[in-house]
Design a protein around this ligand. Structure first.
Ligand code: UD1
Length: 434
């Protein structure tokens, strides 16, 4: 298996170009199922979660043409059977969006339950199912974790739905389902993340009528048909935040290009608290850190709060702060498994439930560490870039689910990071030959 080897403690200087948003791409690609024509989608990130999703659409019968590295023409008009029970479905969390998209278009769906990042806690989908049921779907969970859903009469009905918890996934799934339902759907207490707005914009660009995305209430007038279109995915807020955090940790000065600075306010505001200099430009952000990292208090919340998907990266930087910081995880029950890896590198951390107390240390020391999930993996990369000596990170397949060309992007700003491959194990008899 490949690993990343990093020789750290070097400041970063230069420019990094941000790719399209993973979490928008994994919503917009299945949304294309609802289109009756060709959707040309630009700024698709080249990451394994997207490749797996495109494979799933291909298995379903979609016609996908690559226009260039980041642009695809997706034609789902050939999909006839709303059944997605392939193995690949279990490998990505967002595969549950096929429930909303297939139910919306066909009035029925059979979908394998998702996998994806395991932060160590339960990842329920009760709010998704509650919404589909309110829209008239009958839902059964059959053996092997496959969900069968069917709308009597072949079409979902618009409904008023109140989400008990602010859920990104449920908001997206119910927007998909409502886009082609019969009548009006109103969803209250919805998530407001930039990729929710991006999905609404995409669906509206192919003929849907969705209003209020980005506020607490989304109102959808269902349409019988949606057409084709042309759409460009927004830049990845979390990828940008990860590189901002990396520069905060290592010091240096980097221009983060192709971003929407407004989407980063929740991250850059916290970095400024920590003594990092931030300069917003039209579609880029300059980040500079020359002085000490200041301690802070951090709490993750749904957007526009500080994103949980940036918690491991920022907590890693706080390991080097001047003083003791407190981190509170407000979204997931258990998202601190990666802290054990930081402790191996010399961090001083105490975790109690959703709270982590981080006492800053003068330096981290390179060590062999493991990426347990996507963002925990990003945190390991940041720790390695900051640490003195050599860090080897295994489990990098998690990192490559969500970061396009991370090694190349970091090398371009002066990081010493490379792929290393374990030598294949050679049997004793083979070793003796010659
Ligand atoms: C999405 C992101 C993930 C991010 C998370 C929160 C994608 C593909 N993934 O995950 O990276 O960490 O948003 O920003 O976009 N919940 C319920 N019932 C439900 C659904 C959720 O109780 O039916 C709870 C969850 O346990 C969690 C909270 O709601 O505590 C937020 O989850 P949710 O926003 O749904 O996360 P995902 O959409 O899975």
């Amino acid at each position: 298996m490949a690993k990343y080897r990093i020789r750290g403690a070097r400041p970063l200087y230069g420019e990094i170009e941000i790719s399209g948003a993973k979490n928008a791409a994994v919503a917009i690609i299945p949304a294309a199922i609802m289109s009756g024509g060709v959707c040309r989608i630009e700024n698709i990130p080249q990451i394994s979660d997207v490749t797996m999703f495109l494979d799933i659409l291909d298995e379903l019968g979609a016609d996908i043409k690559t226009v260039n590295r980041h642009t695809m023409d997706i034609d789902c008009s050939g999909i006839k059977i709303p059944r997605a029970t392939f193995d690949a479905m279990r490998k990505i969390r967002a595969s549950y969006y096929l429930l909303g998209a297939l139910l919306g278009r066909f009035g029925e769906a059979e979908v394998a339950m998702p996998g994806g990042c395991n932060f160590g806690g339960v990842r329920p989908i009760d709010q998704h199912l509650k919404g589909f049921r309110a829209m008239g779907a009958e839902i059964r969970i059959v053996n092997n974790g496959v969900i069968k859903a069917k709308a009597p009469g072949g079409r979902l009905k618009g409904a008023d739905i109140y989400l008990d918890v602010v859920s990104v996934g449920a908001t997206i799934n119910l927007m998909l389902a409502g886009a082609m339902a019969d009548g009006t759907t109103v969803i209250e207490n919805v998530a407001k993340e930039p990729h929710i707005v991006d999905l609404a914009n995409f669906l509206n660009s192919i003929g849907a009528d969705i209003r209020g995305a980005g506020t607490n209430v989304i109102k959808i007038r269902g349409k019988e048909k949606l057409g084709g279109g042309f759409y460009s995915i927004i830049p990845d807020q979390i990828e940008a935040g990860t590189y901002l955090a990396a520069v905060a940790g290592t010091g240096g000065e980097v221009l983060i290009k192709n971003v929407i600075p407004k989407h980063l306010d929740c991250i850059t505001g916290k970095l400024e608290d920590m003594g990092v200099e931030i300069e917003n430009r039209e579609d880029s952000v300059l980040v500079r850190r020359t002085g000490k990292i200041r301690k802070t208090r951090l709490k993750t919340l749904p957007y526009p709060g500080f994103p949980t998907d940036m918690q491991p990266q920022l907590a890693t930087v706080l390991c080097l702060a001047d003083g003791t910081s407190t981190v509170t995880e407000g979204v997931w029950e258990n998202r601190y498994r990666y802290m054990d890896e930081l402790v191996k590198m010399g961090a001083s951390v105490q975790v109690d439930g959703r709270i982590a107390i981080i006492e800053g240390v003068p330096k981290l020391i390179g060590a062999p560490v493991q990426a347990h999930d996507l963002r925990a993996g990003a945190a390991m990369v940041i720790a390695g870039l900051c640490a003195h000596g050599v860090t080897e990170i295994s489990g990098i397949e998690y990192i490559e689910r969500g970061y396009e060309d991370i090694v190349e992007k970091l090398r371009n700003v002066g990081a010493d990071i490379e792929y290393v491959y374990d030598a294949p194990k050679i049997s004793r008899s083979a070793r003796n030959i010659g």
